[in-house]
Design a protein around this ligand. Sequence first.
Ligand SMILES: [Ca+2]
Ligand SMILES: [Ca+2]
Ligand SMILES: [Ca+2]
Ligand SMILES: [Ca+2]
Length: 452
Amino acid sequence: MKFKICVSVCFLILFTVLSCSNDKKGNIYEHNDNSALPDKDSSEDLADSAGLPDENGQDETFIPDDDDPENSDHDSFTDMEAGDESGDADETVPDDLSDTDAEVDDEDVRTMTVSMELPAYSSLVEAGNPVTFKGLVSDSGFDESEITMTWTIREQTTTPVVLHEGKADSSGVSEFQHVFSESEAKYYAVKLTAKAPDGLEKSTNEVIFGICVDPFGGKQTFDATELGEGWVLANDSYRDSDGTNGWLELTGNDYNKRGLIYNNSLKVYPGDITMKIKIRTGQPGTPTDSGADGFAMTVIDAEDQSELESYASAVRSGGCLGYGVAGVYCGSGGEMDVSAFHIEFDTWYNSETGIGDPTTENHVAINTDGDPGRHLLWKNTLLEDNAWHAVEIKTEANRVTVSMDSAVIIDDTITDFSFRGGYIFFSGSTGAAKNFHSVDDLEIVQECRVPD
Ligand SMILES: [Ca+2]
Ligand SMILES: [Ca+2]
Ligand SMILES: [Ca+2]
Ligand SMILES: [Ca+2]
């Protein structure tokens, strides 16, 4: 009898604690009512707590909020009867069917818990790769293999649709994979509902995950004749090939050439980035430093294709290397206000006012906003050997690091700098002196992101 009193008291305390706990969590537990559909109020509360849109909130941002402590509850959706968040507290209820205590009868010991292990809350999976969904059900009334597990997903403002349905296995596990395409790249809310043969239903809370896209999707080798989405070759540029390897040639080894090659479709994201390219400049045969002028890789933060085209038609060649539109010299024919990042490979010393090369030697430099006269960071560098060199450009906040063939040549900060992303734009020029100006193996390394 003492045991029963203790059990009843303990159960009362436990129930009281859980009730208080549930109050703090708003309507999370209401999702686990026997209703198959979430009630509107609880959905809105979840939306608010997780930074998600509610059913009517078209203008709310559909992005998971990592800072929200409520999110820590995302995968612990045991119901009140289950006892605690670990979902294994059913054993605390005495399994004594002969007990005459009204609180402990057949109805009270019937428990079902359902939880979602995967996908993890706010996780991102790149489009084209499988997303694993895994949930677990435990039911005291039926064998788990008799429980129907229904997975529904919804987009920001849409109603849920069934993604997958089937019986749990004998361990209560429901697991499958689904591949989302690039056009389906967005945030989703997924929910798992378990339904027993007698109609008892329990649902997890919604878990938000994202399908993201990597715009440049790996290395661009330019080996195929077809360059791929968005590439534009303008003026004297062309794709070259030795029959096996292909690359972009900006000028060819000829005088008074200017070439532009840019991508008018894929935009690099703002924020920290690593960009890798292979470059080659010089004359065939014995290396000499007598060639010119040089070339550059630009990331132009143009609003749209039209602004990009305006920039492409405004850039000046010669010592402006096909990227200059601003500053004392290259803006002298009409300055253009642009937001751009440039790395130049300069093989001709310009002393003209407004270009002001900082060294008479060949140099690699970081310039910004269309001004070849503003060498923010630079380094004398061997360039005109007509050999391929691997260049890596990395930004971390206002720090820019450049390495050539794995040796760091620039590593410094730029005041008020941040990488703003945009369109990839290569340019090069020759004049009274010439060189090849070749680019290959472009690789953009950035975090996969969910499109806006
Ligand atoms: Ca290639
Ligand atoms: Ca030179
Ligand atoms: Ca120069
Ligand atoms: Ca320069």
